[in-house]
Design a protein around this ligand. Structure first.
Ligand code: DGJ
Length: 318
């Protein structure tokens, strides 16, 4: 019995989230969901991201899908999207930062992602759809949202369920725009924040919107910053560092803020990537509960922590 329990515990992984460490899935393999995003369906969280395992067919691009009920232990489902240069973007084409929305009207899962040619000149988003959360997603099209350049994208679903795309428009800044009814188009710009920021993410917390992003330093970390606004249209405050600037966001770059509201508390998780450009399959994740409220946001020094998704409470190790 004890032996069986031991085996089960090892298989199921740890309920502690350890920033920067190898994060094994149910197969014991490091999670491959880089530049990712999370969609909650019922009581289950689905994590989508760039699958960058070694040994993949280099002519394809892959978006992985994992699921979890506690955000710490993840089960690999499959590559929800596997696609071979669908619009002749040419060898070396880019697929980054996939994010999935669920459209309750059409009952379709809609994936957005940044697609580009090898030199990042196309600057487009692509859309793929599926009837089931883990796919297979079918490519629909690529386009420039509202005619603008779009590189890094982020996803924001407001408390009223409205879905927004955040995208980096290199000449101008960082835009937040509402999706169309069926989510297949980007319909209405809410704001242009005239800051050159990547890794854009937004959370709505106690009546205030908080936006974060990183500077444009390629794969290298930099001090990520945040601003606040009472409405998505702004006006937005000035941007301030989320952590001591010399820490360079503890080596990470924002990809999403996930709000977990439980029976007792709400935890907002900073989800960041610690990129390893020469060994991308080994890129790590920095997830930490943010200190947030009253217009202030800060990323604590990374330490192992636990989350109770039922109560919404998180505890950081001493
Ligand atoms: C920074 C972006 O945030 C990443 O998604 C990736 O596009 C790298 N730049 C490429 O240098």
């Amino acid at each position: 019995m004890l032996l069986a329990l031991g085996i089960f515990t090892a298989f199921a992984g740890s309920q502690t989230i350890s920033p920067g460490e190898i994060w094994p899935d149910d197969r014991g393999q490091h999670i491959q969901a880089h530049g990712g995003g999370i969609l909650k369906v019922g009581g289950t969280f689905y994590w989508f991201g760039e699958e960058r395992s070694r040994g993949l067919n280099p002519t394809y691009r892959y978006v992985s899908c994992y699921s979890s009920t506690n955000l710490a232990q993840w089960t690999f489902h499959k590559d929800a999207l596997k696609v071979y240069d669908p619009e002749n973007f040419r060898p070396g084409w880019i697929l980054e930062r996939p994010k999935v929305f669920y459209n309750a009207k059409t009952k379709k899962f809609v994936m957005y992602m940044h697609v580009d040619d090898a030199s990042y000149k196309l600057a487009r988003v692509a859309v793929a759809i599926a009837d089931t959360v883990d796919g297979d997603y079918q490519w629909v099209k690529s386009f420039r949202p509202l005619g603008h350049e779009s590189r890094d994208i982020g996803q924001f679903i407001d408390d009223d369920g409205t879905a927004y795309l955040i995208f980096e428009d290199r000449p101008f800044g960082f835009r937040i725009a509402k999706l169309s009814d069926n989510y297949l188009n980007v319909e209405k710009e809410m704001c242009l924040i005239p800051m050159h920021m990547e890794g854009g993410a937004v959370v709505h917390y106690h009546g205030l919107y908080y936006a974060i992003g990183s500077a444009l330093t390629g794969w290298n970390p930099n001090p990520n910053k945040y601003a606040t606004a009472k409405s998505l249209e702004g006006p937005w405050s000035d941007f301030t560092d989320i952590a001591p600037p010399e820490k360079n966001t503890y080596g990470s770059q924002s990809t999403m803020m996930l709000k977990v509201t439980g029976m007792k508390a709400t935890t907002v998780i900073f989800m960041g990537d610690i990129w390893k450009p020469a060994t991308q399959w080994d890129s790590r994740y920095l997830w930490m509960p943010l200190e947030i409220g009253d217009g202030k946001l800060s990323l604590p020094e990374p330490k192992p922590w636990t989350l109770d998704v039922e109560t919404g409470e998180s505890v950081i190790s001493k």
